[in-house]
Design a protein around this ligand. Sequence first.
Ligand SMILES: C[S@@+](CC[C@H](N)C(=O)[O-])C[C@H]1O[C@@H](n2cnc3c(N)ncnc32)[C@H](O)[C@@H]1O
Length: 191
Amino acid sequence: MKTDQQKWDKKYREKNFPNGEKPNSFLKNHIRLLGQGKVLDIASGDGRNAVFLAQNGWKVDAVDISPVALQKAQQLARRKEVKIRTIQSDLDSFPIEKGKYDLIAIFYFLDRRLISRIKQGLKKGGRIIFETYLADPAAQKLDAPENRKYLLKPNELLTRFGGFRVLFYREGVFKEGGKKRAIASLLARKN
Ligand SMILES: C[S@@+](CC[C@H](N)C(=O)[O-])C[C@H]1O[C@@H](n2cnc3c(N)ncnc32)[C@H](O)[C@@H]1O
């Protein structure tokens, strides 16, 4: 059986920028609210969001299991003339340094065991920006993972970041990366 790394490496080898080179729309639409500082892009893939954050003055750490994806992220960064730090690691065991980040970004990756590490990794006043697939009856036939464990339940992000001040939240069917998807998006601040 293939490991997660082999599966993702293959995907990134077969297709250039499977998620596109353009940043996620929710991130793009909120970039001016976010300020600047140190950001961790979790499961960054081939760098569309990491590079965009660097272009907007952020000092970026981008972590992903796939060295192929991270190589492409570095190529994109060079092309856009910015610097990002890439870290190849399995997020099952990746330790997030406590109180290090002003922002943690996580797009289209759901591992609920990470949430307590994310909370600890943020500075006081730091923010989480999170978007991924939502279990929604309206999502049938839309782009989504088959395994339901990768789908958020309604209100789940709000509950999991219950101690945070919510700055923006939405659930529903929206267009992202050129595809219609049922998603939830959260921007929230650590108190
Ligand atoms: C759907 S892609 C999202 C990429 C990026 N966040 C974006 O929105 O463009 C999911 C990413 O999670 C990474 N990934 C999967 N399992 C992982 C793990 N256990 N540890 C670290 N990264 C992992 C994959 O390599 C892939 O880049």
